[in-house]
Design a protein around this ligand. Structure first.
Ligand code: AMP
Ligand code: TRP
Length: 329
């Protein structure tokens, strides 16, 4: 049998997860787990490249994993771990930094953006892409699913892998970015011409996965629509209604024409109530599983197993790299 390709996903434990993330990204990951050998980890060392509240950060780490598991990521199909619990990520990162040019790191778009925001940005923010390269190169990863904003970092990872292989002999698999085909882009409920985003100014436009049902219902019922009364899909002229149709479609697997027909003689109030029912039903299921994970020792068992498995693999790769570079005994 042909060996399955490997994919690795890194998640920053900052901020909340929205219905947009769930429909646009997590549902896709749930599909990858059947196709690929899949690694998922919490990039907590990347999170600290910018200032964090230590308590909130700490709570977010396990909560994030519990939420992904609740959304259908299966522990038996994925290797799940926390970056900082595997010291070989930082170890390899240093060795890679010594093979990375200052100029290369200076050209990273994300660094240029984020370093503008504060005068006291850290050295870690600058070397961030070398750590990300280590995350990937430790495990002979074939594909890295990322949003377009992270593509340049995966390209740098490819350059570093090729450079190292040329200089020291075949060592790293050269990974490819798997640019997340925007499934359905979910829009803000208040400003449906903007993407639903955790950093939105008005919280009324954003549904969070750990939000209570009453609040979700209120937000959907007061979502911005238009002055017509027809449930019809047209993102240009009816962005609000089209967004609700997209949400309904993603969660029920019903096609758009089918939805238009089903609600042909309904007013917006009736349609919104049904959208709210569907969203609440899905989110309540997720929350119930989330609580199961967060309240049991299962989560720790999964993370212990992931740590042990990945440390073994990573140690071997790091030792190979160290020895090829000529350091140590
Ligand atoms: P972010 O929350 O921006 O870091 O994005 C994490 C992942 O969720 C990326 O793959 C995004 O493409 C996806 N995502 C974020 N917001 C949305 C949205 N409103 N609709 C669809 N996908 C989204
Ligand atoms: N930098 C990624 C982000 O901000 C997270 C990340 C860290 C990552 N290491 C990774 C993603 C390795 C993919 C592969 O979203």
């Amino acid at each position: 049998m042909e060996k399955r390709k490997k994919v690795l996903t890194g998640l920053q434990p900052t901020g909340v997860i929205t219905l947009g993330n769930y429909i646009g990204a997590i549902k896709q990951m749930v599909q990858y787990q059947d196709e690929y050998e899949s690694y998922i980890f919490v990039a907590d060392m990347h999170a600290i490249t910018v200032p964090q509240d230590n308590k909130a950060l700490h709570e977010n780490i396990k909560s994030l994993i519990a939420l992904y598991l609740a959304c259908g990521i299966k522990p038996e199909k994925n290797t799940i771990f926390i970056q900082s619990e595997n010291e070989y990520h930082a170890n390899l990162s240093w060795l890679l930094e010594c093979n990375t040019y200052f100029g290369e790191l200076s050209r990273m778009h994300q660094f240029k953006e984020k370093s503008k925001k504060s005068e006291n940005f850290t050295a870690g923010l600058f070397t961030y892409p070398a750590l990300m390269a280590a995350d990937i190169l430790l495990y002979d990863i074939d594909y890295v699913p990322v949003g377009i904003d992270q593509k340049q970092h995966v390209e740098l990872t490819r350059d570093l892998a090729q450079r190292f292989n040329n200089k020291y002999g075949e060592t790293f698999v050269v990974p490819e970015p798997l640019i997340t085909v925007t499934g359905t882009k979910i829009m803000d409920l208040v400003n449906p011409d903007k993407k639903m985003s955790k950093s939105a100014e008005n919280p009324k436009g954003v549904i969070k996965l750990l939000e209570d049902s009453e609040s979700i219902r209120k937000k959907i019922m007061s979502a911005t629509t238009d002055s017509e009364t027809l449930v019809k899909y047209n993102p240009e002229t009816k962005p609000g209604i089209s967004n609700l149709i997209n949400i309904y479609s993603a969660l029920t697997d019903k096609k758009i024409p089918e939805i238009e027909e089903k609600f042909a003689s309904s007013n917006y109030g009736t349609f919104k109530r049904e959208v709210a029912d569907v969203v609440i039903e899905e989110i309540e299921k997720i929350q119930e599983k989330y609580r199961e994970y967060i309240e049991s020792s299962k989560l720790d068992d999964i993370l212990d197993e992931g740590r042990e498995k990945t440390r073994k693999i990573a140690k071997a790769k790091w030792e190979e790299v160290r020895s090829k570079m000529g350091i140590g005994r």
